[in-house]
Design a protein around this ligand. Structure first.
Ligand code: B12
Length: 141
């Protein structure tokens, strides 16, 4: 993106909870910046409150939550409600990483997080280009 172009959107990114598996979200941040998004990268071990505060401060369009530790079940619910309480109604929530525990089926995992208010849920084998393309489509216009 050239300096004069408006960003395609502002994204807050981070690893939720105790998680330190930083590689995947760093790769995504790099690709999304290159594609023209503003990225507010919170790094590892981010609480729900920190995601929400950063989104309010940066007037973010979306929050990208990464979770690999296997605890997203416990860490993710409530984030949508906190966003609403902070005046972030309608902010898009994306979730990816290692979300499947044991023999769980992907369809069930995806449905569970969507019920918790996540707009889009991604499996670990998602291509970076796919995530970028989806975000570009979601924020087109
Ligand atoms: C490297 C690694 C570590 C390193 C992390 C180093 C670091 N600072 O990054 C260390 C050794 C510290 C570590 C520690 C632990 N780990 Co570990 N670790 C891994 C490993 C081998 C690779 C992770 C990785 O870097 N992948 C490469 C990146 C590029 O891929 P990715 O993160 O999946 O990201 C891609 C996609 O998922 C997606 N994506 C990721 N986030 C998001 C977010 C959004 C919004 C979107 C759209 C997409 C997206 O985009 C990326 C690009 O393709 C995985 C196994 C695996 N194959 O995933 C286990 C794994 C994640 N670890 C695991 C565990 C259990 C642990 C520990 C709890 C072990 C322990 N008992 O101490 C601790 C937890 C520490 C903590 N507090 O987080 C388990 C998690 C189990 C689960 N989820 O059910 C895994 C799956 C191993 C396993 N098979 O059991 N780990």
């Amino acid at each position: 993106m050239s300096g004069s172009e408006a960003p395609k959107g502002t994204l807050v990114t981070g690893l939720i909870g105790e998680d330190v598996h930083i590689a995947g979200i760093r790769i995504l941040e790099h690709a999304l910046r290159k594609a023209g998004f503003d990225v507010v990268a919170l790094g590892a071990q981010v609480s729900q409150d920190e995601f929400v505060s950063a989104a309010v401060e940066s007037r973010a369009d979306a929050i990208l939550v990464s979770s690999l530790s296997g605890h997203a079940d416990a860490l993710l619910p409530g984030l949508r409600e906190k966003c609403d309480e902070a005046g972030l109604q309608g902010i898009r929530l994306y979730l990816g990483g290692q979300l499947m525990i044991g023999d769980s089926r992907w369809e069930d995992v995806e449905a569970k997080f969507k019920e918790a208010g996540v707009d889009a849920v991604y499996p670990p084998d998602v291509q970076v280009a796919q995530v970028v393309a989806d975000l570009e489509a979601d924020f087109a216009g």
